[in-house]
Design a protein around this ligand. Sequence first.
Ligand code: KIV
Length: 275
Amino acid sequence: MSQNAPQKSISASDILARKGGVPLVCLTAYTTPVAQLADAECDLVLVGDSVGMVLHGLPSTLQVTMEMMVLHGKAVARGLRRALMVVDLPFGSYEESPEQAFRNAARLMAETGAGAVKLEGGQHMAATIRFLVERGIPVMAHIGLTPQGVNALGGYRVQGRGADAERIRADARAVAEAGAFSVVLEKVPAALADTITAEVPIPTVGIGASAGCDGQILVIDDMLGLFDAFKPKFVKRYAHLAEDAAGAIRAYAEEVRDRAFPGPEHVFGDEESKK
Ligand code: KIV
């Protein structure tokens, strides 16, 4: 194949077919340039509702709106050529009824060009997942720690410890049976994530779960060290961009205060700049 041949973009069925295969590389993205960077390595790029906390300074994901998801979805779509784009259904846009979920999922897909949507919830969302899938909307499920449920869960803590493991296993089976093409397992014990990965026929994508999942996802600003307000313990930092940016801004500020900032002679040469 020529190096310039256009690459086929990845579909939800391609992701499903990766069950038990080479681990799925997944990251979030919210803007075009970051989506372009992620696209080079990722199988799946999620326009997560984490955008509310990471880019908009909101205290949780509960304040995120459909308009925000559409705006960021459109921006990310412009940066992707290959990875599957999944957009989160925000809090309050799908829980009321399967019909409400369909209306908002269809809008996200039509307006952003996403290949799938993600929603939070296990057994109680199974009927909604089935309703969407039967109407042509691929769904990624999200169980374990579901950040939109932070008030009901009493915080961002590990889910599925001890006897609670059975509930998460039942959630995983329910979303798989309902037709989800994959499931995010957030902040559950590694042994439970491994059991679920062995039990369900769809790829599990871990975040603070287990390296034994069928794939992993991180919030890109967390792994790049760009988002400092809140750092989950499981996040490995692969870069320290906030520190680098602070250093660059400090260097710039010092140059401006010292009048050492390069003037036009830097761009045009000494003579040209005097004209
Ligand atoms: O919103 C988000 O970024 C997510 C991932 C953490 C899975 O749901």
